[in-house]
Design a protein around this ligand. Structure first.
Ligand SMILES: NC(=O)c1ccc[n+]([C@@H]2O[C@H](COP(=O)([O-])OP(=O)(O)OC[C@H]3O[C@@H](n4cnc5c(N)ncnc54)[C@H](OP(=O)(O)O)[C@@H]3O)[C@@H](O)[C@H]2O)c1
Length: 226
């Protein structure tokens, strides 16, 4: 009786992932975690992450997707240059995009069963790739996603020692039409509907093998350079 978990289920991509997983029917239950859920799940609050994982102890968790993330809000806009760097903005980006998912790995990876398929996927972003950064800007988002990828990789290495069958990866969903991208999605960019992005991501997740754990992949399954 396999369980899937989606954190950030209130977001554009997260909600589409939940819908797609429920439509596909491969899991007995799709557990949703969000700030507006009951109990509330806040990725900046370790106690709420720990409680969410604890509630699933002993259950057959086979898939965990972290679809939380932060780019902008009414307080903070992505930086265009160094002059705009602000410690509060940097801190908030790191809390949501890097530290929170790292703490999710701390509390959710121990739920990995001793045998059989298990995937933990965190939604990163191609702009978090250091090797691919040719445009600059968006300092806090880029750096926090790069940190996320390092947390993911380090956790994947550790997990593989006791769970060689487990898969822990970062995924880039592409540019998706959500709250996060609405302000920035320029014409000409390939902006995809959340349902399409979710279907692509689930297809990639299905085809991943344990040999690919610790990797960073886009929605087509292609490797993104760190
Ligand atoms: N959309 C794109 O074009 C794009 C491109 C590359 C990567 N990504 C990545 O894909 C993921 C999903 O993004 P999206 O486009 O679906 O964005 P979104 O619609 O803005 O959703 C973001 C999600 O993160 C949640 N979140 C933010 N702060 C949180 C906190 N403190 N605790 C718990 N949840 C929190 C939001 O919850 P609330 O509803 O409570 O605010 C929401 O569920 C993110 O990691 C993003 O960086 C997106």
């Amino acid at each position: 009786m396999a369980i899937a978990v989606v954190a950030g289920a209130s977001g554009g991509v997260g909600a589409a992932l939940v819908r797609a997983l429920r439509e596909q029917g491969g899991f007995e239950e799709v557990v949703t975690l969000s700030r507006t859920g009951e109990p509330a799940f806040d990725i900046t609050d370790e106690a709420s992450i720990a409680a969410a994982a604890q509630a699933l102890a002993g259950r057959d968790v086979r898939l965990v997707i972290d679809a939380t993330g932060f780019l902008h809000d009414e307080r903070f806009q992505p930086e265009k240059n160094l002059r705009q760097l602000d410690p509060e903005h940097m801190l908030h980006s790191f809390k949501v995009n890097a530290m929170g998912p790292a703490l999710m790995m701390k509390h959710f990876l121990p739920l990995c069963p001793r045998e059989g398929r298990f995937v933990f996927a965190t939604l990163s972003a191609r702009v978090g790739s250091i090797g691919d950064n040719k445009l600059g800007g968006w300092h806090s988002y880029r750096a926090s996603k790069a940190a996320l990828n390092q947390f993911m990789r380090t956790s994947a290495v550790e997990l593989s020692r006791t769970r060689p069958h487990a898969i822990c990866v970062s995924l880039h969903p592409g540019t998706v039409d959500t709250r996060m991208s609405q302000v920035f999605a320029k014409q000409g960019l390939d902006v995809r509907p959340p349902a399409v992005a979710a279907a692509d991501l689930l297809r990639v997740i299905e085809t991943l093998t344990p040999q690919q754990t610790g990797g960073f992949f886009d929605y087509k399954g292609e490797v993104v350079p760190f």
